[in-house]
Every structure is written in C-alpha cells, then in structure tokens.
Design a protein around this ligand. Structure first.
Ligand code: OGA
Ligand code: NI
Length: 319
C-alpha cells in the first residue's frame, strides 16, 4: 500500500467492485418540450410523467436537449482542469476554513472515511446565508463568501455564467417534478428565496488503491435536486432500488445527471426517495465532475403536497 494514508481505506463491505455493472435503464430524458414557452400541454405532461417515473424507480435520470449551452459547460471544465493542475500550495491559498465554507478542500470525509478527491465550492447567490450550526435552537447565521483564485483569472466569470445556466435548468426540473406530483407548476418556486445552492468542482486524481478507496463514499444528497456534469471517464455509481446493486452510470456526452435529494423526498412524502450513490476512482485517469446541489435551500416548512401525512418541519443545510 506504500504511502497511502489508511484514512482512505473503506471497510470491506463498502469497497468498489473492480468490474462494476454498467447502467441499463437509468432513464435518458429529452427535455425539448420544456424549452419552448408555448409548449403543448400534453407533451409537457407526458414529460412530467416520464420524470416522475424516473424519480420513483431510480431517484436518478439523465437529461438531454436541456437548453444549457455546451460552451458554458466546456468552459467550466477547462477552468476546473487549470485550477486543479496547480501546485498544492497555490490551491491552498484559497482553502476553506472554519469561518468560510467556500473554497478549496482536500480532506473531506464521508461516513468517517476520507474521500479520494479535491473540491472547490462556490456559492451561487452571494452572500449565501446559513445557520451557524446544526443545533435547532442555535439562531446564529454564517455567510459563505466566494474566494476566487488568482489563476485561472477567468474563474469568476465562468463559474457565474455556469451557475446562472444551472439555476435555470434546476427550476425547469423542479417545475416538472411539481407537475409530476399533481401540484401546480410553480409550487416549489417560493422556497428558493434564501437558497443555499452552491457549485462544487470535484477532482478525482488517479488513485494507487482504487479497489480499497472511493472518490466519494456512499451518501445521499441533502438538497432538493443535484445537477451533475460528469466527464467522459465516469465513476459515478448509483444504488439500484430494486436489488441494492451498485450500477455504474455510463457518461452520455452533453447530458446532465439529475438526482433527487432529501428535500424532494420530504416534499413528495417519500414517493421520490433520495438514493445512495458513490464515486469509484481508477489508477490511470483523472476525473473532473462539476456539481450543482441545486437548489438546496434554507427552508422551514411543510411538505407542500401529496396525500397523507404532512412532513415534519425541517431546516436543511447542505455544507
Ligand atoms: C457528490 C457526488 C458525484 C460525482 O459530490 O455529492 O455525488 O460524480 N459527486 O462527482
Ligand atoms: Ni452526491
């Protein structure tokens, strides 16, 4: 094992399989009907039903013809590659700390095991305000203020442009999810006034022990929706609901991977579950994925719809 820190080693039952099962069936959904303002209502409701079905069966789906321009994604991919290629000392100049959760970070742990990754987090709406702690009685707030590295100098412009596109896509998807639950299209819109949406650039370096470690250990996302731009190497594995098998999601060019987070699970009264996923690394190739846990919101309220019990009031913080 050489020099590798034992903090990266997963327990036996959580280690990745060397040959994962590749996804057959994670739905690929064409969003074209949602792109025109005068979409015919029947094609919109067919699309909403398709999304509802994917949320119910998988908690994950991929979207194509989503309306977000490819060049915006290519630019964020490029700045991410430029930034993570910098020497560690350079990257550490914009490290996040106890006070400000925005910035560079390479020591994240998931379920107490260290992830084989480096990340950079940016708030989408600044300043992002969130509770200072998880204590329900703690009324103190803290702010996330973006840190911008000196290099690449275009980072700010590119990240802001990408954030704006992803917000549009996120809202389009939330409207379709509302429709799929039999709710008014704008039912969730009001919950994102004080949102805590952020952009995370993930970098998974080649790993000398890919059978023992994970890029990100198994977890569920805490926000409403997550929008993921996967690169062409891939590594994301999703836990299939039918049998608990880990399924490798095959990258589709220019598609975004969408998954339901814990907030949608609450809002849908458990109809759409937030599903576990993880990232497998490999010994040869680096992986660059960018992520928008979107919109993850500070929300104190109740499940807006569906039959049955109202959900407990909740306050969610995603960092
Ligand atoms: C995450 C995550 C997936 C990826 O950071 O929550 O699931 O492919 N990332 O980077
Ligand atoms: Ni995740």
């Amino acid at each position: 094992m050489g020099e590798v820190d034992p903090a990266f080693i997963q327990a036996l039952e959580h280690r990745p399989k060397p040959h994962s099962v590749e996804a057959q069936g994670i739905p690929l959904i064409d969003l074209s009907p949602a792109n025109s303002p005068d979409a015919d209502p029947s094609s919109l409701s067919a699309l909403a039903a398709e999304i509802g079905d994917a949320c119910e069966k998988w908690g994950f789906f991929q979207v194509i013809n989503h309306g977000a321009p490819l060049h915006v994604r290519e630019k964020i991919d490029l700045v991410s590659r430029k930034f993570f290629a910098l020497p560690k000392e350079e990257k550490k100049k914009v490290s996040r700390d106890e006070v400000n959760p925005s910035g560079y970070y390479d020591t994240e742990h998931t379920k107490n095991v260290r992830d084989w990754k480096e990340v950079f987090d940016f708030a989408v709406g600044e300043p992002m305000v969130m509770p200072a702690s998880h204590e329900p009685d703690d009324r103190e707030l803290k702010e996330m203020i973006n840190q911008w590295p000196e290099y690449p100098s275009e980072m700010r412009e590119v990240v802001e442009e990408y954030g704006a596109e992803m917000q549009k896509l996120g809202h389009k998807l939330l409207e379709l999810i509302a429709l799929s639950l039999g709710l008014a299209r704008d039912r969730f819109n009001g919950f994102f006034k004080d949102q805590t949406t952020f952009i995370r650039l993930n970098y998974y370096a080649p790993c000398p022990i890919p059978d023992l470690a994970l890029g990100v250990g198994r977890h569920k996302d805490g926000g409403a929706l997550t929008i993921l731009a996967q690169d062409d190497v891939g590594g994301l594995e999703v836990k299939r609901k039918t049998d608990g098998e880990w399924i490798l999601v095959k990258p589709t060019p220019d598609a975004y991977i969408i998954n339901v987070g814990d907030i949608i699970q609450v809002w849908s009264n458990d109809k759409y579950e937030s599903v576990e996923h993880r990232v497998k690394v490999n010994s040869e190739r680096e992986i660059f994925d960018s992520l928008l846990p979107q919109p993850c919101t500070l929300y104190d309220g109740r499940a807006p719809g569906g039959a049955g019990e109202q959900a407990e009031s909740c306050q969610v913080q995603c960092l």
